[in-house]
Write a protein that binds this ligand. Structure first.
Ligand code: GLC
Length: 510
């Protein structure tokens, strides 16, 4: 939400919409980076970790947001971007100034190979080599993302100290936790060995980054020590949350809960974001995830974020409601992406209007802009997002798909989200109860959540055809508490249940 008409969302804008967030029922918000930044990667290139970019407001606006959120029992989680700074950050400006500068070793500098080539074969996520040559000081520096995002050297204790103080700065200001950007890559192989080729990579498919397995550039064992330190700082402040952005195989992901002491409360579980929308695969994956969790670890599920295509684009428009029900009835903390509660779609952004550096470097097909378009508040001009020209185009359907209209319609995605969140918040069975997968075939996913003396049976149809399905044996009568088809709510069901195409049901069992 843009409060000052410059076309970009800002802190005062968020504050003005806290009542909406409260009415939606969410209990915490994660805000993508709001720090001073040249915006080469939309704030993920930070030039001052303890300030606010004027585009987004001031520290006073931030304090007001935290105070207003806390009045509504809403937690505020910041994006912490520790892997790299902006090349305009004073630390890097010093580091690049000379080899003798005390901050030289705050970043990763290496000599060229004898043939003048880069120190190793590591690739940038955003295209090309991960190394950039600095003519003036005759060395390369490493950047896992853009060359404007040099990687910090987390093997240097001064960097660790400085970055822990950044956490303290925001914790002192009252934030409730952090989503840690690119947690996986903070520590690199001490010898910077070459990454091996990935035999699964096929030319022209996916990002060129995928040519190599990031064996030595990511997920090094020593990173866990760093994460334990971050957690230690958070724990000094009591109830705070540490969330890790970790795109990684499930068994490795689990290590970020912490094996030698607490690490993340929530290592982000991106399986739903990455997989094909297929009932058998999802059902198997939920079982696999539940089975892989270490003792005492709390699960979490992510349905969308600013880096991936929207759920309406991944699963299809017809599945938006079913996806919401899956996210909000699985066991574990759900993370949803703003606008997904309206079923917002991937918005076509003309090539010449592309903002995302990934889309510019790798091609429009890789652009993240279609998921980042303005939130659709009402049917007014610019969907109520701004009084000016928005930084990205609006979706063509904003006149129908918006908060104001969907609030009036009990059959809308937004109304369904509200009912599901309210149910989840009020029923211990859904919030903290057990999960048991039920046998199912074809397009059906079914499971039972149990706790607080209650049992809920959830059945989801990921296909377009009606299917009949039996309630778990011996359940007798059930009652539909929430359905993707609001007319079905409050009705009783007996042993054999008709599940319509693209339908999901939460059924209270007697
Ligand atoms: C994370 C962010 C993404 C950003 C990248 C580099 O993946 O979610 O938006 O481009 O890190 O900081």
């Amino acid at each position: 939400m843009d409060s000052n008409g410059d076309g970009v969302g800002d802190l005062a804008g968020i504050t003005s919409r806290l009542d909406y967030l409260q009415s939606l029922g969410v209990t915490a918000i994660w805000i993508s980076p709001i720090y001073p930044s040249p915006m080469a990667d939309f704030g993920y290139d930070v030039s001052d970790y303890t300030g606010i970019h004027p585009l987004f407001g001031t520290l006073e606006d931030f304090d007001r947001l935290v105070a207003e959120a806390s009045r509504r029992n809403l937690r505020v989680i910041l994006d912490y971007v520790p892997n790299h700074t902006s090349d305009q950050h004073p630390w890097f400006v010093e580091s690049i100034s000379s080899r003798e500068n005390p901050r030289r070793d705050w970043y990763i500098w290496r000599d060229a190979k004898p043939d003048g080539g880069a120190p190793n074969n590591w690739l940038s996520h955003f295209g090309g080599s991960g190394w950039e040559w600095d003519e003036a000081t005759n060395q390369y520096y490493y950047h896992a993302f853009l060359k404007e995002q040099p990687d910090l050297n987390w093997r240097n204790p001064e960097v660790v100290e400085a970055m822990m103080n950044v956490l303290r700065f925001w914790l002192d200001r009252g934030v409730d936790g952090f989503r840690v950007d690119v947690m996986l890559e903070l520590i690199k192989d001490a010898e910077l060995r070459d990454n091996p080729p990935d035999p699964r990579y096929r030319d022209g498919r996916g990002r060129p980054y995928r040519q190599l397995l990031p064996l030595h550039s990511a997920d090094q064992l020593e990173v866990h020590e760093v994460v334990r330190k971050m957690r230690g700082v958070l724990d000094e402040y009591g109830e705070r949350v540490l969330i890790g952005e970790l795109y990684i195989e499930m068994d490795r992901l689990m290590m970020y809960y912490g094996e030698d002491g607490p690490e993340c409360h929530m290592p982000f579980n991106f399986s739903l974001v990455l997989m094909r929308w297929d009932a058998r695969r999802i059902a198997a994956l939920v079982d696999q995830y539940e089975g892989a969790l270490p003792a005492g670890a709390w699960p979490n599920w992510v349905l969308g974020n600013h880096d991936v295509p929207r759920i309406a684009a991944r699963a299809g428009r017809a599945q938006v409601a079913v996806a919401a029900m899956l996210l909000l009835t699985l066991r574990g903390t759900p993370t949803m992406y703003c606008g997904d509660e309206l079923g917002m779609e991937a918005v076509a952004v003309p090539d010449e209007a592309i903002q995302d550096p990934v889309g510019i470097n790798l091609g429009p097909g890789f652009s993240r802009d279609p998921s980042r378009t303005p939130m659709q508040w009402d049917s007014g001009p610019v969907a109520g997002f701004s009084t000016g020209q928005p930084w990205l185009p609006l979706s063509a359907d904003h006149e129908n798909a918006n908060v104001a209209m969907q609030s009036e319609d009990p059959d809308s995605p937004l109304s369904l989200y509200r009912r599901l969140i309210a149910l989840r918040q009020s029923e211990p069975a859904l919030m903290v109860g057990s999960y048991a997968g039920m046998p199912a075939e074809g397009d059906i996913i079914a499971y039972v959540r149990e706790g607080g003396g209650k049992r809920f049976f959830i059945v989801l149809n990921l296909g377009a055809d009606d299917v009949s399905f039996d309630l778990p044996q011996g359940s007798g009568l059930g009652s539909v508490v929430v359905s993707t088809d609001v007319d079905r709510e409050g009705t009783d069901v007996f042993e054999a249940l008709e599940v319509r195409g693209n339908e999901g049901l939460v059924i209270a069992l007697s």
